[in-house]
Design a protein around this ligand. Structure first.
Ligand code: ACM
Ligand code: ZN
Length: 719
């Protein structure tokens, strides 16, 4: 009955994510009737497959049979079957032999920066388990919030679970121990192990705010309501920290049956330890001497991690930590989660340690952009397209060459939640990239086929629609950088692309595009003003958000008559202290202080950056003068400052956006020479982003160039 079909025919008939190891397709379909014994699922402990999570699934005229060496394998057989059942109730005849490539197929949940409810966590578990993901890394503590109830230390959640935001209002929440048990059980039913993360010795502001004795200085501290790392960390010089950790781990271990507990270990500034008498005494008493490789403070971090390993061992658990735990020397039995590229993972595996690959640079950070930052909602930065995720192979060549590949226990994608302001946004960042994660975690490398994967992604996304789950559809973007206002003098050429092959449709009559609107086939040419409304459309007729691009004929903006010989390098400024969200919030009678700057990059630097931001003062600053435009051209201008004015015209207005990346670029036809310039910069925190950590530059590119340049100090002048 079963006969082999060509690969293309298999692809056309099966829609399974992750792609199974081996599939034989028969010619015929089984019609589901609902009769008894139609589906027979059986655990056969002796079934010989390379993994206990594997299964064999057969569909033929007699019905549907699955066997597996474990309940998990049978669960996965069921997930495959669910994806094979067609809307008409038929299932193609198949024999599938399947098992995972990796034992750890992980996703990461960060409730610390923005909290998510138990229901949302369960929703993610439910969906991802259907794609054979089996590990959830729950990042439960960080600077901005402590999210797990600890009975012995109630202030962790009474105080540490809540933060006042700069915009006003309080953000927070935590999981009670009862809720955690409920989630752990819910996950276990879906064969997902939850690995809790209790961060140390850094990312500990929420704990320190609740119990100040945990830091070096024991000072009382306020809120940490912005993103980034704080230099206020636990003090490994005092025993207090280890007593605390022991008690916390005791409660954590009682809640989570996971073999591993994650202790963080990442991004721990060591400036406080260098000045702390207790830390220095510990360095002395433990003989932690600096060498060519590591400082004494790095060795102190390593000491703290070894202590954590001992605590975990007491509760029968193994330690896993971010790759910084390599610095200062790795604890004997630690497993390393490689996030800063693959090098930490490679180094640890070469030393014989197990590793989980989760490199941000290779597509495993789902907090990155999925498309052009100018059209996508704000994220932390960088670009991780669906294709990039799909193309990642978690086993680095360096380990294959050294016969150490068996130490790569798995792969995981991390979704940090700094810029995730809603549940819908979280789903958008997760899907469809999580489908690519599932496939690289489970399927053999040999059969990778991105086009076929995209076809299957479309089918999986339709199921998300049925559940009301949001996901990303690539939007039409412009080469170079997208902008909504394209200026031309004689003729405009406007072209679009997408981050993966997508049909695009557009209108020019102002109406909203539909799947049947004119398909985009190549650059659009204009000699008159126009409004382009353009969207991508999926194979099943769903549109991406519509982009509106205005094409505007404008005359040249002439240079002003001022002569550069009469000017001085730099810009005049006026500045006032205070936190303003919009330039219009600055009172008319503000106490401005007048001054000058050499260049725009100084605008964010009027107050020194203090990582813990306990005493930061905010301000508004305006800079004005002239900018020297190199030649006659249509320029695209870009800035994350609040406003940019040119020749008296407001050309960029970033409103109350999170000003990490520009989303309001503009274009102008500028004659070469000096143009009047005014830039307004507000030092503030919006959406957790401290604007003074950004740059004040005004960027420009000719409309026909790809790369931006900066108006440097030699191009700005004042009278
Ligand atoms: C990390 O992204 N700091 C592990
Ligand atoms: Zn200390």
């Amino acid at each position: 009955m079963i006969k082999l079909l060509a690969a293309a025919a298999i692809a056309a008939s099966l829609n399974v994510i992750p792609a199974p190891v081996s599939t034989e397709v028969g010619d015929g379909v089984y019609k589901m009737t609902g009769k008894k014994n139609e589906i027979v699922l059986r655990v056969d402990r002796k079934l010989d497959l390379p993994s206990k999570e594997g299964y064999v699934l057969t569909v033929d005229a007699r019905g549907i049979k699955a066997k597996a060496p474990s309940e998990a394998g049978l669960f996965y057989a069921r997930q495959t079957l669910n994806q094979l059942i067609r809307p008409d109730g038929t299932v193609p005849y198949v024999k599938i032999v399947d098992y995972p490539r990796f034992a750890w197929r992980g996703f990461h949940v960060d409730p610390c920066r923005h909290f998510l409810s138990v229901e949302e966590v369960k929703k993610e578990i439910d969906i991802l388990s259907q794609y054979k993901i089996n590990t959830m890394h729950w990042h439960l503590t960080d600077d901005q919030g402590w999210r797990i109830e600890i009975k012995k230390y109630p202030r962790l959640t009474e105080v540490g679970a809540w933060r006042g935001e700069f915009e006003g209002g309080t953000h927070g929440g935590y999981y009670t121990q009862e809720q955690i048990r409920e989630v752990v059980a819910y996950a276990a039913e879906r064969f997902i192990t939850i690995v809790p993360e209790i961060e140390m010795p850094g990312h500990a502001m929420a704990a320190i705010r609740s119990y100040p004795e945990l830091s070096c200085t024991m000072e009382t501290v306020g809120n940490f309501a912005n993103w980034g790392t704080s230099d206020l960390v636990y003090c490994p010089g005092k025993e207090t920290m280890f007593t605390f950790m022991d008690a916390v781990i005791a409660e954590v271990a009682a809640l989570f049956p996971s073999e591993y507990i994650h202790i963080g270990g990442d991004e721990c500034p060591k400036t406080r330890w260098a000045k702390c008498p207790d830390c220095q005494a510990r360095i002395q008493s433990e003989g932690l001497v600096a060498d060519e490789q590591f400082s004494a403070e790095e060795k102190l971090q390593s000491y703290a991690v070894r202590r954590a390993e001992t605590i975990l061992a007491k509760y029968g658990r193994k330690l896993i930590g971010w790759d910084e735990i390599l610095e200062g020397g790795l604890s004997p039995n630690a497993t390393v989660m490689s996030w800063r590229g693959e090098k930490g993972g490679i180094a640890a595996a070469l030393e014989g340690h197990d590793v989980i690959m989760t490199p941000g640079s290779e597509g495993m950070y789902f907090d990155h952009y999925q498309g052009d930052s100018r059209v996508e909602p704000v994220t932390i930065g960088k670009l991780t397209t669906l294709e990039k995720v799909y193309r990642y192979d978690p086993v680095p060549a360096a380990l294959k060459e050294n016969g150490k590949q068996q130490h790569v226990k798995g792969v995981q994608a991390n979704l940090w939640s700094e810029y995730i302001y809603s549940d819908a946004q979280r789903d958008y960042m997760l899907f469809p990239r999580a489908f690519a994660l599932a496939e690289i975690a489970w399927s053999p490398v040999a059969g990778k086929d991105f086009d076929d994967f995209c076809r299957r992604v479309d089918i999986a996304c339709r199921l998300l629609d049925e559940r009301g789950v949001n996901y990303h559809i690539p939007m039409p973007e412009q080469p170079g950088s997208s902008l909504d206002r394209v200026v031309f003098t004689d003729r405009a050429e406007v072209s679009f692309k997408t981050t993966r092959p997508m049909k695009m449709v557009y209108t020019l009559d102002g109406s909203e595009p539909t799947p049947d609107s004119t398909p985009y086939t190549g650059a659009l040419s204009f000699t008159e003003d126009a409004v382009i409304k353009i969207a991508s459309v999926t194979s099943y007729g769903k549109l991406s958000p519509v982009r509106t691009v205005r094409v505007v004929r404008e005359g040249w903006m002439p240079a002003c008559g001022v002569r550069v010989e009469n000017l001085h390098p730099g810009l005049r400024t006026r500045m006032v202290w205070g936190r303003y969200v919009l330039p219009s919030d600055i009172p008319a009678d503000a106490a401005w202080e007048y001054g000058m700057v050499k260049g725009l990059k100084e605008l964010p630097l009027q107050e020194p950056y203090d990582r813990s931001m306990q005493h930061t003062r905010f301000y508004a600053i305006e800079a004005w003068g002239y900018v020297d435009v190199p030649k006659d051209a249509v320029y695209v201008l870009s800035s994350v400052c609040d406003q940019v004015w040119m020749d008296g015209r407001l050309v960029i207005d970033n409103g109350s956006d999170v000003k990490k990346f520009s989303r309001h670029d503009n274009s102008l036809a500028l004659k070469a020479g000096l143009h009047e310039l005014k830039v307004v910069f507000l030092s503030n925190v919006i959406g957790g982003w401290y604007s003074s950590r950004g740059h004040g530059d005004l960027m420009y590119r000719r409309v026909d160039e790809e790369e931006f340049h900066t108006f440097r100090e030699n191009r700005v002048f004042y009278e």
